[in-house]
Design a binder for this molecule. Sequence first.
Ligand code: AMP
Ligand code: MG
Length: 343
Amino acid sequence: MDKTKHLTIEKPDVQDKGIQGAAAILRDGGLVAIPTETVYGLAADALNPQAVARIFEAKGRPSDNPLIVHIAHLDHITKVARTVPESAAKLAKAFWPGPLTMVLPKADCIPDKTSGGLDTVGIRLPSHPVARAVIEAAGVPLAAPSANLSGSPSPTTAGHVLADMEGRIEAVLDGGPCGVGVESTVLSLVEERPLLLRPGGVTPEQIESVIGPIDIHPAVYHALEQGEKAASPGMKYKHYAPHTKVIVVKGESRDFARYVNSKGDKIGALCFDEDLPYIKVPAVPYGHAGRPDTQARGLFDALRHLDGLNVDVVYARYPDMDGMGLAVYNRLMRAAAFEVVEL
Ligand code: AMP
Ligand code: MG
């Protein structure tokens, strides 16, 4: 393939030249990475199996790992879902547009390629004005997983996208850094009780305030046991990991600093901004202490910087667990293959 085009935007509007350019590529069965409020998505026409097949190829994504379908209008949910339960309608009203993906029975127009062979489909209405303008201009729902190579940290800037996807996709539409920084919350509404498959920008507490109690899949907290069934195919796969080994350390700021400083050569730290003055090894901050929203925004960029530290092991500060903390915890634990040290 030719060089990946770097498209820019003047206005997040259907008429914008960059957005029109992206839409034309998508209608033609091509791939464009687009900004969303969560992370950059690698978009293709969700209804075109050949276009969708190219997403899997470009990312190196296992073909049983389904793609989220993005729509631009609330009423388009009935075009991509076979049935819409009342709970989904309530959640859409409360959190769309926004970082919530709902898993529902799929409509016949959704190809098996898009749903990874499942009879269900994850659906989201993003709030990023550029993402919505692109979907509208393309005139079709867009399948858009995170625009990284399978297994590496999700991209939150156009630069991250190009680092992984240069020469593999037609274009990236540059909308600046993403506001949320971690992927959407994935909630299945096809189980007896709503089941959280992936924590994200909308918290379990927020969801429960609208539809009552939900279950949280154990794989949000722990590695899947051998033979344990993955409710979401994505749970099976290694994720978010830099090449450098990461170990999460649970402890207060001073104890964390003492621990990493005592570890010897070729050691790095992934910490909060406030920890930096106390840390004597190469360190990358991922947000402010006590501010999970900033930790979410900074985590993937920080993970991408770890390989540049040229160390053997990076010790990571345990995230704050309130609000979006569960989403940050889940990404960081998976980057560390769930390896934790408690001080
Ligand atoms: P990504 O596309 O990289 O944001 O990842 C999407 C996540 O949503 C993956 O972990 C998928 O396994 C999960 N997912 C998407 N569609 C479904 C579905 N129909 N049922 C269960 N999980 C899904
Ligand atoms: Mg992903």
